[in-house]
Design a binder for this molecule. Structure first.
Ligand SMILES: NC(=O)c1ccc[n+]([C@@H]2O[C@H](COP(=O)([O-])OP(=O)(O)OC[C@H]3O[C@@H](n4cnc5c(N)ncnc54)[C@H](O)[C@@H]3O)[C@@H](O)[C@H]2O)c1
Length: 399
């Protein structure tokens, strides 16, 4: 069984996230050698035996399974990583919690708020370590933005603006459902861009700027019918292709969010900008190692937007990587997450965002979809502590 400092992983789902998480598991201890815990790739699971066998061989898993319930039942596995489409998250997470496994779950936590609530209940009852892969928090430039905001340099925050733009579903021939296009099938995904893209923007926004209090949203489904890959029939499309919402934050700031898969020319343009009383910050996933910063306190003759290349060893996570001036990539955000999760097992502190925090994002997503459905403002009922102190993780559950 190995020693108790092993994170003995059963990975369920071997697609995009299965690969990127595995990369993180394999390299985390190389770059964070002080960690007591060490991931061990026990088993990979996917439905096609041929594919999962090849995946396990390529990535170095000791074994493979085709039924996720076997992963949960195996007593040589103590951590379950959920990398399946959204419709499987709740069932797997609840079963894994009941079996006493640690759980690392992809985002969005669930398809709907009630599903997410059941998951949080199960996991808290079981008392198992858990985290949700909202990886953008661990982009060094985004973590630096958090440190700058928490230091108070921006002063009072007036505006939070975020976009997540893609263009891959414009063609009406793209099917819905099945492998690769499950994101277009409401039954599998829960929602369209709201759960897929805006969930990231909302998680980052509440981490940086506190709770979102209420929302008013607009959604559109541009292509109303698509062939379903599993039935072969032309069926109504149930997801939101695009979503725009505005909101109030608990701190009084106004928020403006947009996500779409119909912005021709954009593949994954995630950007945010925050405007405060003294300073502003902006970030762009396409140039993810840079943080732009404007400080009104600068001498007026040189005042302007600074472009900070976040690569120095005194900037977040960067003491682990190469030399100042060189860059890291998307995959490193997941590696950072693995390292932080392993560290949390040593300290006993939650690895943020845990399921309870991810539930807050789910509440906002639900309010956004409900608001778009009946065209009215909706309270989110998020419990992000309005009085959270600079530099502290959010404390949930306080009035
Ligand atoms: N954190 C991020 O930035 C990020 C990025 C992409 C996807 N995601 C999330 O990760 C999850 C997976 O997305 P993906 O892009 O990797 O999808 P994908 O389609 O690339 O892979 C999904 C995998 O799950 C497997 N699978 C489906 N049903 C299964 C079942 N019943 N049992 C076992 N395996 C099953 C599929 O065979 C496939 O290997 C989704 O929840 C998605 O929202 C998060």
């Amino acid at each position: 069984m190995g020693n108790n400092k092993e994170l003995r992983i059963g990975l369920i789902g071997c697609g995009l996230m299965g690969r990127i998480h595995t990369n993180g598991y394999k390299r985390a201890n190389d770059f964070f050698p002080e960690l007591e815990y060490r991931p061990v790739l026990k088993a990979a699971c996917s439905r096609s035996e041929e594919k999962v066998r090849a995946f396990a061989e390529q990535w170095g898993y000791e074994s493979y399974e085709t039924d996720w319930k076997v992963i949960i039942a195996r007593d040589d596995i103590n951590a379950v990583d959920i990398c399946t489409p959204n419709d499987m998250h709740a069932e797997i997470a609840i079963a894994a919690a009941e079996a006493g496994k640690m759980i690392l779950c992809e985002k969005p936590l669930a398809r709907t708020l009630p599903e997410a609530q059941q998951m949080v209940e199960a996991i808290e009852k079981a008392g198992v370590a858990n985290t949700v892969w909202y990886n953008y928090r661990r982009v060094p430039a985004v973590t630096l933005a958090k440190q700058i905001i928490d230091s108070g340099k921006l002063g009072r925050i007036f505006h939070y603006r975020a976009n997540f733009l893609q263009d891959w579903t414009i063609n009406a021939d793209v099917p819905q459902g099945g492998t690769a296009t499950w994101r277009l099938d409401a039954a599998a995904a829960g929602s369209g861009v709201t759960g897929d893209l805006l969930a990231h923007c909302i998680d980052t926004a509440m981490w940086l700027n506190g709770g979102i209090k209420d929302v008013s949203a607009l959604t559109e489904t541009f292509i109303k019918e698509r062939v379903h890959q599993e039935t072969g029939k032309v069926q109504k499309v149930g997801i939101d292709d695009a979503c725009i919402f505005h909101c109030h934050f608990d701190n009084g700031a106004l928020g403006l969010f947009e996500a779409t898969r119909y912005a021709r020319g954009h593949k994954a343009l995630y950007t945010f900008e925050i405007n405060g009383e003294h300073a502003s910050i902006r970030w762009d996933l396409h140039d993810m190692n840079r943080l732009e910063y404007f400080d009104h306190a600068d001498d007026s003759i040189v005042r302007g937007w600074r472009s900070i290349h976040v690569s120095d060893s005194d900037q977040p996570y960067m003491d682990r990587w190469w030399i100042p001036g060189t860059s890291i990539g998307y995959e490193h955000t997941f590696l950072h997450h693995v390292a932080d999760f392993l560290k949390s097992l040593e300290t006993g502190e939650p690895c943020s965002p845990n399921f309870r925090e991810a539930l807050e994002t789910q509440k906002v997503c639900q309010a956004v979809l409900d608001s778009a459905a009946d065209r009215s403002w909706k309270n989110t009922d998020v419990e992000w502590n309005k009085k959270q102190k600079a530099g502290q993780e959010p404390v949930l559950g306080e009035a």
